[in-house]
Design a protein around this ligand. Structure first.
Ligand code: CMP
Length: 135
């Protein structure tokens, strides 16, 4: 059993896609182990995406991620990290495969509807970031 962090980003929250995204996660037999609804201050977004500090898209990314409410959640299941990455599709929606969340819903590379941890190490850090009391 593995845990990963998935975030429904501001563009998807704003377009009432929370339910559809959760439906797809559950239909793929994963469990939502915990969930929140919040708006990050820009400084919090900068901390969360600290690995991207210095990259050309960092400022736009942090501005965007603090522009409206997001829905971070812990997703649990067998091979959850790889399984959820497969379900959401490639970072750039133009490269995502049909049937993936990003192919179906994303607007652009920045407004790509969802984020999910890309490794078990990052999953542990990202889960703790939004759910500090989680085991
Ligand atoms: P995410 O999975 O949340 O991780 C970092 C985010 O930066 C990524 O999704 C994209 O939304 C955003 N981003 C913007 N430009 C780029 C880029 N050139 N390469 C990677 N990520 C980018």
């Amino acid at each position: 059993m593995e845990k990963t962090l998935l975030i429904i980003k501001p563009d998807a929250v704003q377009r009432n896609l929370i339910g559809e995204i959760i439906r797809r996660i559950e239909a793929a037999r994963f469990k939502i182990a915990n969930i929140r609804h919040l708006r990050m201050a820009k400084s919090v977004a900068e901390d969360f995406y600290a690995v991207h500090r210095g990259k050309p898209f960092y400022d736009e990314l942090c501005n965007y991620m603090s522009s409206g409410p997001i829905v971070p959640m812990i997703v649990e299941g067998e091979h959850a990290v790889a399984g959820i990455r497969e379900l959401i599709g490639k970072t750039n929606p133009a490269e995502a495969h049909p049937g993936t969340i990003r192919y179906d819903m994303a607007v652009s590379l920045t407004k790509n509807s969802v984020h999910a941890s890309d490794s078990t190490e990052n999953a542990a850090r990202e889960v703790k970031f939004f759910f500090p009391r989680e085991e």
